[in-house]
Design a binder for this molecule. Structure first.
Ligand SMILES: [Zn+2]
Ligand SMILES: [Zn+2]
Length: 267
């Protein structure tokens, strides 16, 4: 009889615990973790926290394979780069395979092999526009398909014009961080619709023209973005374009705008 009593109490306690935890889950389902737990319990796990879902966006096939490693991690895409450009520039330094002489460039005192430009960017597989835009910071704001970094329209804490003379033929330089582009990277894109790279908010950026019309888009927002098809997708999606406005009467800045999505760290 005593034993049975104990058993009853045990089961009552167990039932109470189950009831309480179910109640807890039901009452706090607006928190991400708990809704994940509820999904697992009711069998509707959407895969947010485990395994890979879907395929890489077709645009990622254009990223240089030697310099980047791109893969899915759950619902995120991870873009790892060694930070090196896959094309010629004076900034490789004499003796390197991709070094070329550029006598007109007012060189900064650094060369690519002296910097570790390794970086990782993790973005949602399906990035979304944010309700408010976010200004860009110093340092990398994106990763180009060449493997090197994309910077904004500032140099140090000043305007780009102070450093313009140090930019190589493809709008890149070192000064003083890793090799990076400020301008239309003519090594692979000049007045065309080619893919330039991906920005920290997960949206791709293309050349000055758009594949959807074959010419300069006329419906761009303040950041040079719009929603249309591209050469990489038949479904219209948000993407940016290089600003088709001359800076200092001779340059096209890659991205002078604000992020229209939510920026992620590049480090
Ligand atoms: Zn710079
Ligand atoms: Zn477009």
């Amino acid at each position: 009889m005593k034993k049975l009593d104990f058993k009853n109490k045990f089961f009552t306690a167990l039932a109470m615990t189950s009831f309480l935890s179910l109640g807890f889950i039901a009452c706090s389902s607006d928190s991400e973790e708990d809704s994940e737990m509820a999904d697992i319990i009711d069998g509707t796990d959407d895969g947010d926290n485990n395994g890979s879902s879907g395929e890489l966006h077709a645009a990622f096939a254009e990223f240089n394979e030697g310099n980047t490693d791109i893969y899915l991690d759950g619902s995120n895409v991870v873009i790892e780069t060694n930070g090196l450009p896959n094309h010629t520039t004076v900034y490789w330094g004499i003796g390197e395979d991709l070094y070329i002489d550029e006598p007109d460039v007012d060189l900064t005192p650094s060369i690519i092999p002296n910097y570790n430009g390794e970086a990782t960017l993790r973005v949602p597989q399906s990035p979304e526009l944010a309700s408010t835009s976010t200004s860009t910071n110093m340092g990398a704001i994106g990763i180009a398909i060449s493997g090197a970094a994309i910077f904004n329209d500032q140099e140090g804490n000043g305007a780009l014009n102070e450093a313009a003379a140090s930019l190589d033929y493809t709008g890149g330089h070192i000064g003083p961080a890793e090799y990076h582009y400020h301008l239309e990277p003519t090594a692979w894109s000049e007045d065309d619709e080619n893919l330039i790279g991906i920005l920290a908010d997960g949206f791709f950026i293309y050349g000055r023209k758009c594949n959807s019309t074959g010419t300069y888009p006329t419906d761009l927002d303040a950041s040079g973005g719009h929603i249309s098809t591209t050469q990489h997708t038949t479904e219209a999606e948000y993407h940016y374009h290089i600003e088709n406005e001359l800076y200092l009467n001779q340059y096209y800045i890659i991205f002078p705008g604000d992020y229209q999505g939510t920026p992620n760290a590049i480090n």
